[in-house]
Design a protein around this ligand. Structure first.
Ligand code: SF4
Length: 616
């Protein structure tokens, strides 16, 4: 059912109608009737945020390269649009051909962040189906999820038929192909979806929650999560591509401003710095780099296909790429004459990075961003953030000394073993950086300080930790407010209001799904957006479910406690994570494994043969 008619009227009434129109340059519109398999990929946040998600673009490109598959995009409608569609009785639709979600064979939802979870339920419900997998009709699409949230799928288990664990480049295509085969079987009477799910569970990297049972101790702790049939794998090993395939280059060019309004080129995947708070550092291992030639070729194609005036070299730690200087030099030679600027996010805090930034800087030197994350050397060693005070001050010298006016510094409070003195050390360190700035740039020097609250995440050395308590958090933010009342310093901190919710959803078990569903029924939407967040809906939902966010967010776990994500295998050994936790307590850093393998286990657990992984 195409729903063009009443839509124009609604689009005239809502905020940013460009979010809902589609038709952008490089969007792929295939013939609906003649294309056998139809996939909708959905992102649980607004268009302008979802359009900047590289993962979705990669899968969109791979699926649409297949002649027998069409792939269309869906983003979470903002509150006004949801209200209008519901009032008009119109379903949420895809941007390419405006088909309702129930017209698709497969609906895939990316789960990038816990505070987007309620939006995933809105997408399914407004798309014409029950958000609860158990309540969906046989004719409803297969509903799948992926992305970093899938590494602890349990809180969202009730809403999805299956999860793709790990990288989707190969796994998603295999799954869609298996589905196409199953669908072809429909001619002879479609076997029940349960049969398909059983087959899918054997594909590798596919987690089908309905094929596992969660058991609990009397005190409410999880006892174990076990398969309900012998042919179902006890642990689901994440999928990884041994070598990065060519990146998408015909990127969609949006009509409205998006968060990352530039061409995005992934130069490597994974990071081996091993910061102990960082989930990306473990779930995206091993490191695989693109070569200089691959990067330059892709950049040429991308700029030609999009007309973008800026290209961003994305990765978790760009300055770690083994050929980064050659990459930057080659691109600067090509982009400079075209008036295209190059941005290098996520630089290590060292003079080398400033030199790199120099190489790409063509216009006025605005700002450089670094993430020391902790103020004292003891705490940086404890969290394994390999930046010394000398590194940071040398970086400031290099930056302010070569004409930069502003440095942005990221810190976190609430990390394991942190003391008030460690937080005071943040203010002391910032004052030293400002002093360097003053010496070189006088009153023009500025240091922006952004502070977030540390949230323990699954599959990290800190997965057993408790979230910091409110009183300690308030006291430490007060220390910073007082300590950073300094000329030339801009201080901002993330409102900790949603931190406990994020912590509880990130390490929740299957029962938390009931809370998410109830909060959504009570109106929770866009929980990451301060003005949309509805704490009262969540408080009611926890009460109604007889559960507490404190149990999930603020309770330390013992080493032998079963964790809701224990049956999801990322290749990194649990013993390695515990060992890193212990090294944190001893404030002992672990070297970057580019300098030599430190035994996380990925090279033994994952099929990396013939690829470009940096593991021995
Ligand atoms: S296996 Fe060794 S080299 Fe590979 S990511 Fe793990 S620690 Fe690093």
């Amino acid at each position: 059912m195409s729903i063009v008619s009443d839509l124009e009227a609604i689009l005239r009434e809502v905020e940013k109608p460009g979010r809902y129109t589609g038709g952008e340059w490089n969007s792929v519109v295939k013939d609906w009737e003649s294309t056998p398999v139809k996939v909708a990929l959905a992102y649980p946040d607004t268009y302008e945020i979802g359009m900047s998600n590289l993962g979705l673009m990669i899968l969109y490109d791979i699926l649409n390269r297949q002649p027998d598959i069409l792939c269309e995009r869906v983003y979470a409608p903002w509150l006004d649009m949801e209200e209008r569609l519901r009032r008009a009785g119109l379903p949420l639709y895809s941007l390419e051909t405006r088909h309702a979600l129930t017209d698709f064979d497969i609906v895939g939802v990316s789960l990038p962040y816990e505070l987007n979870y309620t939006n995933a339920l809105t997408i399914l419900s407004l798309g014409g189906m029950s958000p609860l997998a158990a309540e969906r009709r046989p004719e409803d699409p297969l509903v799948i999820a992926g992305g970093s949230g899938a590494y602890n799928p349990e809180p969202m288990a009730a809403f999805f038929d299956l999860f793709v664990i790990g990288e989707g480049e190969e796994a998603l295509l295999e799954l869609v192909r298996l589905y196409a085969e199953w669908k072809r079987g429909a001619a002879f009477g479609r076997p029940p979806k349960a049969d398909f799910l059983r087959q899918a569970a054997r594909l590798g990297g596919i987690y089908v929650p309905s094929l596992y049972a969660a058991e609990y101790h009397a005190d409410g702790r999880l006892a174990r999560t076990v398969p309900i049939a012998p042919d179902v794998p006890a642990r689901v090993v994440k999928r990884v591509v041994p070598a990065l395939p060519p990146p998408p280059t015909r990127l969609i060019v949006p009509y409205i401003e998006t968060v990352h309004d530039r061409a995005m080129l992934e130069i490597q995947r994974g990071c081996t710095q091993g910061c102990r708070f960082c989930q990306a550092s473990t779930i995206y291992r091993p490191v695989r780099e693109r070569t200089v030639d691959e990067i330059v070729r892709a950049a040429d194609e991308m700029l030609l296909a999009t007309g973008h005036e800026e290209i961003s070299l994305v990765s978790l730690s760009s300055s770690d790429h083994s050929q980064i200087e050659d990459v930057v030099r080659a691109l600067a030679e090509r982009c400079g004459p075209l008036g295209v600027s190059i941005s290098l996010p996520s630089l290590r805090a060292d003079a080398f990075s400033v030199r790199l930034a120099e190489m790409v800087q063509t216009t006025r030197k605005t700002g450089l961003t670094f993430a020391p994350e902790a103020g004292s050397q003891r705490l940086r060693d404890a969290i394994n953030k390999k930046v010394s005070e000398e590194d940071l001050l040398r970086t400031a010298e290099a930056a302010f000394g070569t004409g930069w006016d502003r440095i942005k510094l990221y810190f976190m409070v609430g990390q394991p073993t942190e003391t008030d003195e460690d937080v005071e050390a943040i203010a002391d360190l910032v004052k030293k950086v400002v002093a360097v700035g003053r010496r070189h740039r006088g009153g023009r020097a500025e240091v922006s300080v952004s502070v977030a609250t540390f949230v323990p995440k699954p599959h990290t050395p800190f997965q057993w930790e408790a979230l910091v308590d409110d009183e300690t958090l308030r006291r430490r933010l007060d220390i910073l407010r007082r300590g950073l009342r300094v000329k030339g310093v801009r201080f901002s901190w993330h409102d900790p209001g949603t931190t406990l919710l994020e912590a509880a959803l990130s390490r929740g078990d299957r029962r938390v799904g009931e809370v998410i569903h109830r909060a959504w029924q009570l109106g929770a939407r866009f929980d990451a957006w301060g003005d949309a967040y509805r704490p009262e809906a969540w408080e009611q939902a926890w009460r109604d479910a007889g559960l507490s966010p404190e149990f999930y967010g603020r309770r330390p776990r013992s080493r032998d406690e079963a964790l809701p994500w224990d049956h999801i295998d990322i290749g990194v050994r649990k013993e390695f994570l515990w060992r890193e936790r212990e090294r944190c307590r001893a404030a002992t850093p672990t070297p970057d494994c580019r300098e030599g393998c430190v035994g996380c286990g990925v090279n033994a657990a994952l099929p990396l043969a013939g690829g470009t992984a940096l593991c021995p």
